[in-house]
Design a protein around this ligand. Structure first.
Ligand code: ASP
Length: 354
């Protein structure tokens, strides 16, 4: 009897330790790539508005959220540590290349990227166009620095890892998880300089939502992305210069001429209304197009679409309509498209597809 009991105990311990081990190996392997931003920002006190972005390293970000270990096997790498106002082509290329090489590994199931909120919509859309994998790539950020009272970063990181570890996230393109919302990269934008609830996906809505890692999924991306995208960063060392020009009543057309004179290969206009601009600006755009510069008409309005030939005759002017892409995301797409073509009709095709 005694011997039987010991044998039973031994078998139970074996089963339990096997279950614990397979639980470990069943967890997704997630790599956190940190790039800086307010999520890694620090202030002298918990209640002051002024702070510096990009002060805290990836290790400290992970240690602030020990609960991450329950969600996934986590490791971190520091790619950059900048305020995202200083994000540039070279960090984008480095980040994309590192993301691709990690996702090509069998022992990496997803990547989480921490970033500043100011330009996260640009980096997310860039990655959405050049990541060569269906595995989850989830970006996150924070509006309050790590040292603030009620810092929002730790829960955002927790939720981002929970989304990256969710098999349902695969194939939905690059996602941005912030303030319990799951945004698709395309079409999301920052709308408040200070509110924690700052991001909206105005035209097509959220990709999903999450509550302490409990994810709900609403839709799939409606445009080509990641694995199916034709864009690649494999052999790219630089990206062409594209300038955004903000249109207002009486805007100086000199701005368009100056962009061309300074070497812009593409221009995006943040137009009024349906991508409109003053007669003088139209004339300057016509000069730019004649010199081989590709001009995309976007809008400074926060929602709606810019259509071809609504008030401006794009066929005659040689311009491209941005559709639903805002000026910042139009600039990202145009930079990549210019690595392939400068023909306005073909550029329009890319804007209709991506
Ligand atoms: N300037 C900061 C950044 O984008 C703002 C933020 O992260 O919220 O890095």
């Amino acid at each position: 009897m005694h011997a039987n009991f010991r044998l039973l105990t031994f078998i139970s311990v074996l089963i339990l330790s096997f279950a614990a081990q397979s639980g470990e190996t069943m967890k997704a392997n997630i790599v956190i790539l940190a790039t800086g931003g307010t999520i890694a920002g620090a202030a002298a006190t918990g209640t002051q508005a002024g702070y510096s972005s990009g002060q805290v390293g990836v290790q400290a970000l992970m240690e602030a959220v020990p609960q991450l270990q329950e969600l996934a096997n986590i490791r971190g790498e520091q790619v950059a540590n900048v305020g995202s106002q200083d994000m540039d082509d070279s960090i984008w290329l480095q980040l994309a290349q590192r993301t691709n090489s990690l996702l090509a590994q069998d022992d990496v199931d997803g990547v989480v990227i921490t970033h500043g909120t100011d330009t996260i919509e640009e980096t997310a859309y860039f990655l959405n166009l050049v990541v060569d994998s269906n595995k989850p790539v989830v970006m996150t950020a924070a509006m309050r620095p790590a040292t603030a009272l009620s810092a929002d970063g730790p829960l955002n990181i927790f939720n981002a890892v929970a989304v990256a570890a969710d098999p349902e996230a695969a194939g939905r393109g690059v996602l941005v998880v912030i303030n319990d919302d799951i945004h698709g990269a395309r079409g999301m934008t920052k709308t408040s300089t200070t509110d924690v609830q700052t991001f909206v996906s105005a035209e097509r809505g959220l990709m999903g939502a999450t509550l302490y890692g409990d994810n709900r999924w609403f839709r799939h991306p409606y445009r080509t992305h990641t694995r199916d995208s034709t864009f690649s960063v494999d052999d790219l060392g630089v990206l062409p210069r594209v300038d955004v020009i903000y249109i207002s009543a009486g805007v100086s057309p000199d701005l368009v001429d100056a962009a061309v004179a300074n070497g812009a290969k593409g221009i995006v206009t943040a137009g009024v209304g349906n991508g409109n601009m003053t007669g003088a600006a139209v004339a300057a755009v016509a000069r730019a197009v004649k010199q081989g510069v590709v001009v995309v008409r976007s809008t400074r309005v926060t929602s709606g679409t810019v259509g071809r030939k609504v008030e401006i005759d794009d066929d005659a002017l040689g311009t491209v309509a941005s559709g639903e892409l805002n000026p910042a995301q139009s600039r990202v797409l145009l930079k990549l498209v210019l690595t392939k073509t400068r023909d306005p009709a073909q550029v329009q095709g890319y804007f209709d597809k991506y």
